[in-house]
Design a protein around this ligand. Structure first.
Ligand SMILES: Cc1cc2nc3c(=O)[nH]c(=O)nc-3n(C[C@H](O)[C@H](O)[C@H](O)COP(=O)(O)O)c2cc1C
Length: 236
């Protein structure tokens, strides 16, 4: 099972990245192959609404040859997707919203007699802010994904208002870990296995994962000193 983490923040060591890493590590512990991508790592052209046209039509793959197309292919291949975004004025960041608009090509396959290509994928949502709007932001994400045919697992959202210190927010961190754990378990259930979808409150697991994330952020700081602001799937 493949779980894709989509980072909606320009800060690869920020609060959204911290909680996304926690969620991915949860999914990994339940046997998922994980990958982390950022919407800030390439150009994602805004949707031009082909859905209204006869030609070109809105279908997968999207007509644009850009970084957005690469991300859409990764979404198509994934069994589970975790969005993690900063709260930018009570909403996801701009580039993430643009990617979501572009996901219309996956959903609009219904217009071609096929199921939505988002149908049956398991999706979780994380938002990190400094003040207000995190619940609105995760609410937007899960409502939109459900409307595209995705399945939201129990305890499928996590949020923190501690900004760059989200990693020190025990409740948010445990919630993020549970998104990954429960997402992977739900994917297994959908594949015919028997699993229990219970929230896990495990302080040892929390500290273990927090330590791993701090270690990775430390490595990132070293990398940043050399001017490399990159984070990749191979890093985790
Ligand atoms: C353009 C912009 C808009 C923001 N709007 C909000 C907001 O509505 N609510 C909030 O709680 N924080 C808001 N913030 C603060 C960020 O959500 C906060 O700094 C967050 O930690 C950023 O996530 P990151 O550390 O993963 O980059 C805003 C920040 C920016 C740059």
């Amino acid at each position: 099972m493949k779980v894709l983490g989509i980072l909606g923040s320009p800060h690869k060591d920020g609060g959204s990245a911290q909680l996304l890493l926690a969620a991915l590590k949860g999914a990994q512990r339940e046997g998922s192959k994980i990958e982390l991508v950022s919407v800030y790592d390439g150009e994602i052209k805004p949707c031009i609404g082909c859905i209204h046209n006869e030609d070109p039509n809105c279908k997968f793959p999207c007509i644009f040859e850009d970084y957005g197309k690469i991300l859409l292919e990764k979404i198509y291949q994934a069994d589970g997707i975790i969005f993690s975004t900063p709260v930018y004025w009570f909403a996801p960041s701009g580039p993430l919203k643009i990617l979501i608009d572009r996901m219309t090509c996956l959903e609009n396959m219904v217009a071609y007699g096929e199921p939505s290509y988002m149908e049956g994928k398991v999706v979780g949502a994380i938002a990190v802010g400094a003040d207000e709007g995190a619940v609105l932001t995760t609410g937007y994400l899960i409502t939109t994904m459900s409307s595209m045919g995705a399945i939201i697992p129990p305890w499928g959202i996590a949020y923190s208002l501690k900004s760059k210190n989200a990693i020190r927010d025990d409740k948010a961190l445990m919630d993020a870990i549970n998104i990954g754990l429960l997402m992977a378990k739900l994917i297994a259930i959908l594949k015919g296995e028997k699993r229990n979808l219970t929230f896990i409150d495990d302080k040892n697991l929390l500290e273990e994962i927090r330590k791993e994330i701090f270690q990775e952020l430390k490595q990132f700081e070293v990398k940043e000193n050399y001017g490399k602001r990159t984070i990749s799937g191979s890093r985790i």
